[in-house]
Ligand binder design. Structure first.
Ligand code: DGT
Ligand code: CA
Ligand code: ZN
Length: 581
């Protein structure tokens, strides 16, 4: 195991121990060791080889042995026993907001609650409100949380699904006999959340590939092991050390069938139905194996050949949602979708000046590495005290530092921006004078999520009507699969943005992906410029822009529909023109 995986196991041990009621000193020791290991600069193998584990803060004698065992054998009986002793439902209960290990343990000890169903029943019978440390409000929150988890089911965010898919694909690619391989389904369509992973392979002999698949190290459980289709539950640890579990199906077809299977399993189901209809109009039959006429089938080497045979332009997977793409493909009117390489920079990024992890200089360096020509810095404003928002005085200091960095660099520029809070009444968190000292302003809602839809809509419209606001940040405040956004009439917000010439961000943080793709289309129709922003709080998070490109493509956006595809000169000019207004 590498350091991220070992760190993840240590963190999980801390949680499991807490659930066992272990004293917090011991639990914290594991959590702390996990964090230290995650932050190591060298590889864990090197540290162990140099016998330097003991020098890591928080790693004592016992932990040294356990870490070495994990790193070298991938196993730790202590951890496996602990996991076996803990009812899995307790870990699910931890996914509820405001439920830590102590509360979960209390419910388990007092009422024997070890899964969500029992917890729901207890809440409905009003058994939780009276418990020490809970109360009626908590009971209500728990019920809401359970309802939400029920709705989202076992769906997974795209970044996590992609992680699982990548590991499975990397492992599968080592298997002999595979001719073509692709991840299809909603992941290929780049949906923001996906239910399961659909892997498609072509090969002459399916059997050895199936056998290898169900034996992959990521396999947690084999759901089905068939001749041409198998299903597993895969488990992979993410960078933060959380275990991501999801279903993955593997289908093996012949190479001649491959393009048809690829089109079919990419979906969406609705797109497939429409394609089949179109085939019928041509007197053909389309399914996952072939495109066939009354006498013989029409050979297709690639997926694009299927579209061609039906007089359609090739439809990129992101557009296959049956929202007009087939009609557009027939009329050669599909958009020329934006691509990652079109991005020239981005505007919503945080640094150590507020709640980011990287300095201005580190962020600039990372941006250059991605090929960006500029980077906009938008740290928080004062009312976001938890995020160390910048006072006007600190804004001045930051601007000085940006000026100094800009003097030193050629062909790359840092822009002075802010993520300015939209206060409860729609006013902004800085005075007009301070706002005017920035190159641009991202305005975002971070508080008072419980206002009515009418209140929030008015509030956001008031903010984006201010000519000093360049763009609206994360339009609904949603956190995918975690928290619904605030209630807001996005139609009205988009109309107001069009009227005032305010841009709207596509927040590319995989938790947010908001403005969502459906509304991107509406914004485009009204001529609102969109901006892909990673909302990066660390240097490596600048690459979140890729997920934003996915959203933009699903929203039919072309290069010119986005602001951050313009050249540095054009961006500079536009921002200056806006400030002059
Ligand atoms: P999800 O729910 O995130 O896994 O979304 P998908 O689109 O990956 O759906 P999934 O995994 O159930 O099925 C993969 C693809 O297989 C789907 O996009 C289209 C195709 N498919 C599945 N069931 C049907 C069906 O009943 N009719 C048609 N025409 N296509 C289907
Ligand atoms: Ca799927
Ligand atoms: Zn924000």
């Amino acid at each position: 195991m590498d350091k991220a995986q070992v760190a993840a196991v240590l963190e999980e041990i801390a949680t499991l121990l807490e659930l066992q009621g272990e004293n917090s000193f011991r639990c914290n020791a594991y959590a702390r060791a996990g964090r230290s290991i995650a932050q190591l600069e060298q590889s864990l193998a090197d540290v162990i080889a140099a016998d330097q584990l003991g020098e890591i803060p928080g790693v004592g004698e016992t932990l040294r042995g356990k870490i070495t065992e994990l790193a070298t054998t991938d196993h730790l009986p202590f951890y496996e026993d602990l996991k076996a002793k803990t009812p899995p439902g307790l870990l699910t209960m931890l996914r509820l907001p405001s439920m830590g290990p102590k509360k979960v343990k209390a419910l388990y000890d007092i009422l024997g609650i070890d899964d969500l169903d029992k917890l729901k029943k207890a809440c409905e019978e009003d058994k939780i409100a009276g418990l020490k440390g809970f109360g009626a409000k908590t009971q209500e929150k728990i019920l809401e949380g359970i309802a939400f988890i029920g709705e989202v089911g076992e769906r997974v965010r795209i970044d996590q699904a992609q992680l699982v898919a990548r590991e499975l694909v990397a492992a599968l690619q080592k298997v002999a006999g595979i001719r073509r391989l692709e991840v299809c389904g909603s992941l290929r369509r780049r949906k923001e959340v996906v239910k399961d992973i659909d892997i498609l392979v072509s090969a002459d002999d399916a059997k050895p590939i199936m056998t290898a698949f169900v034996k992959l190290p990521q396999v947690q459980k084999i759901v089905a092991h068939g001749e041409t289709k198998s299903s597993i539950v895969a488990a992979v640890l993410d960078e933060a050390g959380h275990r991501v579990m999801m279903n993955a199906d593997l289908r093996v077809v012949t190479d001649a069938q491959y393009p048809f299977a690829q089109a079919y399993f990419t979906g969406s189901k609705e797109h497939n139905v429409a394609m089949r209809q179109r085939a019928i109009q041509y007197g053909l039959k389309l399914n996952e194996y072939e495109l066939a006429g009354p006498k013989k089938s029409i050979p297709c080497k690639e997926e694009a050949d299927i579209y061609k045979a039906l007089d359609l332009d090739y439809v990129p997977p992101e557009l296959r949602e049956e929202t007009g793409e087939i009609a557009a493909a027939a009329k050669h009117q599909l958009p020329n979708l934006v691509e990652t390489k079109d991005l020239t920079g981005c505007f919503h990024n945080h640094t150590t000046w507020s709640d980011g992890k990287a300095s201005l200089e580190q962020m600039a360096q990372a941006a250059r590495k991605l090929g960006f020509k500029y980077l906009g810095i938008a740290d928080h404003s004062p009312s976001l005290t938890v995020a160390n928002g910048l006072t006007p005085e600190r804004v001045k200091q930051q601007h000085k530092e940006i000026d100094d960095l800009n003097k030193k660099s050629r062909g790359f520029r840092l822009f002075k921006g802010t993520e300015c809070d939209i206060l409860a009444d729609g006013s902004l968190d800085y005075s007009d004078k301070v706002l005017e000292s920035f190159d641009y302003v991202v305005a975002s809602v971070h508080s008072h999520f419980n206002q009515t839809e009418a209140e929030t809509t008015q509030r956001v419209i008031k903010a984006i009507s201010n000519p000093r606001v360049t763009m609206l940040g994360h339009a609904t405040g949603r956190l995918l699969l975690r928290r619904e956004g605030y209630k807001v009439d996005l139609g009205a917000v988009i109309r107001a943005a069009a009227e005032h010439g305010t841009m709207i961000e596509i927040n590319a943080n995989p938790y947010r992906l908001d403005l969502d793709w459906i509304h991107c289309k509406r914004a485009k129709a009204l001529g609102v410029k969109l901006v892909i922003n990673p909302d990066a709080h660390a240097a490596d998070e600048l690459a979140y822009t890729d997920y934003g490109v996915d959203v933009a493509r699903r929203g039919w956006l072309e290069k010119d529909d986005l602001f951050n595809t313009a050249s540095l000169a054009q961006v500079t000019k536009e921002l200056e023109a806006r400030r002059a207004r």
